[in-house]
Design a protein around this ligand. Structure first.
Ligand code: FAD
Length: 291
């Protein structure tokens, strides 16, 4: 299919982009990598009257260290995130997650921030932003604001971003020294969207797990952090009994949908299996004292 007709402007700066968004009265869309927007437009699921292309804006295509966080600019492509030495060294779990994202052509164009704005519940970057206590930096003609990741995702393909706002960057936590991590995903073919994935980080101290984070996707309308599961693991040594208890508790706290790719029961079982493995791997790495 072909998209409905639209106007196109190449923005020269963030100020220019947000003026264009504001002037379109809610009917404009930013195009970054175009890897999700163009298919949506071709299927006429979205019909913006104006595309604001941000690809020529300078200064938003780098990954920078800001205190104990990494700041990922709006034009950082998936490939840049995957190959970044800063990411590999300070957030190895993100480096591992990026290996599961799509195929080379998509990874060369698609952006981390575009994926978070698109908010596909089966995409890796929204889940990693939630796991890593992400902060979304947004601009509009009304000024700048920051939105915490756990308040950003409003539903499948829905966020709290206003139609006149541009995400300029996203800040994500680096992992503490010696933190362990586990990332487990299942998809039908490599590079496909996940049926389910689980990401876990923790620190081992005094023989128990601390600072435990657990994020899950593919089992709800948005990626999830389930604090009850994190609290079950924190303060304990990881063993088979604890993992069984956590997997059981996960089953009670999620309500996956049935679809062509699998029934709700299958997704619940899959998420539990991935969770058990991710917790084991995080614990093992944490006890080795390095990620
Ligand atoms: P675009 O397509 O340009 O935009 C997507 C949406 O975000 C639009 O609504 C746009 O207006 C908005 N937007 C973009 N940037 C901004 C901004 N800075 N501020 C405000 N709004 C913005 N993703 C995965 O995570 N895992 C996969 O396995 C995967 N597989 C894929 C396989 C195929 C064949 C394809 C085509 C895509 C796949 N994707 C996958 C999606 C891919 O990661 C996209 O690149 C990503 O979802 C969107 O990023 P983008 O830069 O292309 O955004």
């Amino acid at each position: 299919m072909k998209p409905a007709s639209f106007d196109y402007v190449r923005a020269e700066s963030i100020a220019h982009a947000v003026r264009l968004l504001s002037g379109a009265g809610g009917d404009a869309k930013i195009i970054a990598g175009g890897q999700s927007l163009m298919p949506m437009m071709n299927f006429r699921l979205v019909k913006p009257s104006l595309l604001v292309d941000i690809n020529s804006i300078s200064g938003i295509d780098s990954i920078e260290r800001v205190g104990d966080k990494l700041r990922i600019g709006a034009l950082v492509r998936h490939r840049m995130t995957a190959e970044s030495a800063d990411v590999t060294m300070s957030i190895p779990i993100l480096h591992a997650a990026m290996k599961h994202v799509a195929h080379l052509t998509v990874r060369n164009r698609g952006t981390f921030c575009g994926s978070v704005c698109h908010a596909d519940p089966a995409a890796e970057m929204p889940m990693m932003t939630l796991l890593l206590n992400g902060v979304v930096n947004a601009s509009s003609v009304r000024g700048n604001r920051t939105i915490l990741a756990h308040e950003f995702f409003a539903g499948s393909l829905m966020t709290v971003l206003e139609s006149d706002e541009m995400v300029t960057s996203i800040d994500i936590d680096t992992l503490p020294e010696g933190a362990g991590w586990g990332f487990e995903e299942f998809s039908r073919r490599h590079g496909d969207y996940a049926l389910a994935a689980v990401a876990v980080t923790m620190v081992a101290s005094g023989g128990v797990a601390r600072d435990v984070r657990i994020a899950i996707m593919g089992v709800g309308e948005t990626p999830l952090r389930i604090s009850g599961l994190e609290e079950m693991v924190a303060g304990n040594a990881v063993n088979d009994r604890l993992k069984d208890d956590v997997i059981h508790a996960l089953g009670d706290s999620i309500m996956p949908n049935s679809d062509l790719n699998g029934s709700a029961d299958y997704r619940r079982h899959l998420a539990g299996a991935l969770l058990g493995r991710a917790i084991s791997n995080a614990w093992t790495r944490a006890n080795r004292g390095h990620a």
